[in-house]
Each structure stands twice: as C-alpha cells, then as structure tokens.
Design a protein around this ligand. Structure first.
Ligand SMILES: [Zn+2]
Length: 245
C-alpha cells in the first residue's frame, strides 16, 4: 500500500491494519530509486505475505537491499534472518541491539518475558541474525537517493533508534515504538523500558517538529505529526504517563 511518493506500508499486524501476519509490526518499504529498504522486519512467522505486498507495489525483491531495525523486539526484528538469508539484505541496527540480534537473545529482547505474559505463543522463535551495519545518533543511512538520519531513541527499549527522512518539504519520522498517532506510547513492564529515557526521547522528537509519522503500529500520519507527538510530550512534562497504544 503506497502511502507517499517514497513510502509504502507492506506489513502490519494485529495492532495495525492486518496486512500481514498478526505478529508483524508495521513494515515500511522505502523507495530510493535504484534501491529500496525495509524499515523493520516483522515477526518472521509468514514473511511471504510481506513479499507479496512488496511485489504488489510493483517492486522487484532484488531491489530491496537493506532492512533497518528500529529495535530488537520480536515483532520488529525476529523476521530479520529471513530477509538476510532469503534475499541477501544487509541488516542495520543500533550497536547496542546488534549482539542480541546476532545470538537471538530472548532475554535481552524481552521475548521470554512477552511469552510469559501471553503476548507470543510458547513456540515463537527468534532466529539469530548477524547485523551488517551498526548505527548511532548522527549517522546517515543512504538508500538510493534517500538519506535517513539516525536518532537514538531509548525508553520503550534499549538500543532503539528512530529515523528522520525529508520528503520534499516535509519532515518524516520512522518512530518504531517511541510514539504513535494520538500521542500514545507503549510502556511495558520489561527490563529496558525506562520511563525517564522515554520522556527524554519524546521531548527530543517533539523538538524536531515532524510533519509525517510512520509508527511501528497503528495508523500513520501524513501531516501535523508534531501535534500528536506534543500530546505525549506535554503529559510526560506533567510527570504522568501518556496512554498506551
Ligand atoms: Zn517494541
């Protein structure tokens, strides 16, 4: 589903538009002209459904060379090994998350906790996946003729990055699980969800004044994203917690 000139939504699960497997986060396809990239990998349960969405956008799979992971939670990253092994995509993630991905660490990625909480079935797997490129705040990732600026964005999870992209005059944010439409967040009782870091990240994203928001779940926004991000920011400023998605 093409949602802007350069961005398509090709995966989305039970907290979104159900385009693909229920365990998938929103998976975005960036069209950089000569080459393309995925933002997030999905949960890896039935990634062929995402392939069909990509091809349905008129995109040949051999043009999709990179998969950038916002963070290491299973709904965003357990599909990475499929993209790397089946399509030879280069996997990009933060330096902090890279070793957890490389060994399929089900504690650091909170998959074991999520299974205990009933979020995933007991047999849900996190295949180990080497990371080909690690990035941090200030780095720039090139995808064909597009440039993505990396923003460190901990709070929901450690090793979380967000990505800023200029689309014409519009500033776009690939937010992962930092902030959602309506100013919602996802705060969970896991080891690396740290409220103080979450508030700092939302304050930083608010300062950057984005027009478009492509979040990891739920609806995307094609204008006035900063109004939604401000809602979450102002609640954090009052020392309270914004509503959960
Ligand atoms: Zn997450």
């Amino acid at each position: 589903m093409r949602i802007s000139e350069r961005v398509s939504l090709v995966g989305s699960g039970k907290f979104g538009m159900e385009l693909s497997d229920p365990t998938d986060c929103n998976v975005y396809l960036l069209d950089g002209g000569g080459e393309c990239a995925l933002v997030d990998a999905g949960g890896g349960v039935e990634p062929e459904r995402i392939v069909r969405r990509i091809e349905g956008c008129g995109m040949a799979m051999d043009r999709v060379r990179t998969c950038i992971l916002t963070h290491a939670h299973a709904d965003h990253a357990a599909g990475a090994s499929y993209w790397r092994e089946r399509y030879g995509m280069k996997i990009v993630a933060s330096a902090e998350a890279a070793p957890w991905l490389a060994r399929g660490d089900m504690d650091k990625t909170s998959l074991n906790a999520a299974k205990r909480g009933g979020v995933y079935p007991p047999d849900f797997a996190f295949p180990a996946c080497p990371v080909d490129l690690t990035v941090a705040e200030g780095d720039r990732i090139r995808v064909g003729d597009l440039s993505l600026d990396v923003i460190d964005a901990p709070g929901h999870a450690r090793g979380h990055i967000a990505l800023a992209l200029m689309e014409g005059e519009d500033r776009s944010l690939f937010a992962g699980d930092t902030v959602f439409a309506g100013g919602k967040i996802v705060a969970q009782r896991v080891w690396d969800c740290i409220i103080e870091e979450y508030a700092e990240t939302v304050a930083k994203l608010h300062r950057l004044r984005f027009d478009r928001l492509y979040p990891g779940h739920g609806p995307f926004l094609l204008s006035r994203a900063s109004v939604h991000i401000e809602k979450a920011h102002l609640i954090f400023e009052r020392l309270e917690l914004p509503p959960n998605l």
